[in-house]
Design a protein around this ligand. Structure first.
Ligand SMILES: Cc1ncc(COP(=O)(O)O)c(C=O)c1O
Length: 399
């Protein structure tokens, strides 16, 4: 007898849920893996079937912009991993953020974001949300007093990454949610840097959790996708919005994401362990001025991170004790990490924010964002950590 199509359940471990969550709903062919439904539309046998679907008596897919079984499996898996009622997939992390803002912010509403934040998110606020009369207040991350101060009558959302980019500030989500909820404000946490393995913001009171699935969820630097998880009520609003705005994932990327997510727990354990070792090693190196990693006692949010997170993630930010050219010599001398934007994949990636994300800014603007000439962001992959340390060591000779 075939087993029931049960999910592993909330009691199962994260790795079991990474592998099995959301997968067993499609039994047509008894394929073990969820197929890639490479179709733009779905056909009805007759008008009665269409009518049953329209009246909600039949659950199925209709058109590729409203749903696809491959991406539904990803959505179920993510909801399972985040402890959410539902989740919705998008074409990219940016699309997840912009659709969430457009769906939830009314004309003339007020949004609070944190300063250490993915720069395109901030750009969307400055260049697009203003057109809707939405006002945006930027506050220092991890400062509850500033959050309380910034909330006003029209405030609808507080949006922040945790950890943030690139300084890896960790927001006390339970505290932020308490402050925000007391004033009727919803909290959206971009959990990209932590992944659901290291932190589940919904369990701490966040209303929605957002991911650039391009990063740890996909995990192989080979796809772009985004996702948001939360209550059925809020997620259904976002699902309706993406059906209109149109930023949906293609079925092939959804399959790659599903496949990547099966090893999420395994990969995160390696990212966490290697990054922590590298952060500790860098902190003791004479050519390193400062290391920012929430797993280090020297990080300002270490106590919150220890309380809130199960691991500290795979990104390490640091300042080389050198000027711009010396730091460039170090980065160029690295043989294992690729010089590339992004993070969260199996391959280590290294970049200098001054030359990558903040290239178009003036030196004064960069300093206002805290971006110095010697700042380096390393996304630690799953290579042997001894090899990575040896490589960084030889590269630091080039400074
Ligand atoms: C924290 C964070 N959120 C969102 C995004 C945007 O994601 P995507 O590149 O998938 O659009 C990024 C991209 O780097 C990010 O670092």
């Amino acid at each position: 007898m075939a087993k029931d199509t049960t999910r592993p359940g909330r009691a199962a471990g994260t790795s079991t849920r990474s592998v099995h969550g959301g997968e067993r709903e499609h039994r047509e062919s008894d394929a073990l893996t969820t197929p890639i439904y490479q179709t733009s539309t779905f056909w009805f046998r007759n008008s009665e079937e269409l009518r049953a679907y329209q009246e909600g008596r039949l659950r199925r897919d209709e058109y590729g912009r409203y749903g696809n079984p491959t991406w539904r499996a990803v959505e179920r898996k993510l909801a399972d991993l985040e402890g959410a009622e539902d989740a919705v997939l998008f074409a990219s992390g940016m699309c997840a953020a912009t659709t969430t803002f457009l769906a939830l912010l009314p004309r003339g509403g007020h949004l609070i974001v944190t300063s250490d934040c993915y720069r395109r998110t901030r750009q969307f606020c400055d260049e697009y949300l203003v057109k809707l009369g939405v006002e945006v207040t930027v506050i220092e991350p991890a400062n509850p007093a500033k959050l309380a101060e910034a909330i006003r009558e029209e405030t609808v959302l507080f949006f922040t990454e945790s950890p943030t980019n690139p300084y890896l500030r960790v927001i006390d989500v339970a505290e932020a949610a308490e402050i925000a909820h007391a004033r009727g404000v919803r909290v959206v946490i971009d959990n990209t840097f932590a992944s659901p393995v290291n932190h589940n913001p919904l369990a701490d009171g966040a209303d929605l959790v957002l991911h650039s699935a391009t990063k740890y969820l996909g995990g192989h630097n080979d796809l772009l996708a985004g996702a948001v998880a939360g209550s059925e009520e809020l997620v259904s609003k976002l699902r309706a919005a993406v059906g209109v705005l149109g930023g949906v994932t293609d079925p092939h990327s959804a399959y790659l994401l599903l496949r990547g997510m099966k090893t999420l727990d395994l990969r995160m354990r390696q990212h966490n362990a290697s990054a922590r070792r590298i952060a500790e090693w860098l902190e003791g190196h004479p050519r390193i001025r400062r290391v920012f990693y929430p797993g280090l006692p020297s990080h300002p949010d270490h106590p919150v991170a220890r309380r809130q997170m199960r691991g500290f993630g795979g990104v390490v930010t640091f300042e080389v004790d050198a000027d711009l050219e010396g730091t460039i010599r170090f980065v160029d001398a690295c043989r294992i990490p690729y010089l590339a934007p992004s993070l969260g994949g199996v391959e280590s990636l290294i970049e200098m924010p001054v030359l990558m994300s903040y290239w178009d800014k003036t030196p004064e603007e960069r300093l206002a964002f805290g971006i110095t000439d010697s700042l380096v962001r390393l996304s630690v992959g799953i290579e042997d950590v001894g090899d990575l340390i040896a490589d960084l060591e030889q590269a630091l000779e080039a400074v």
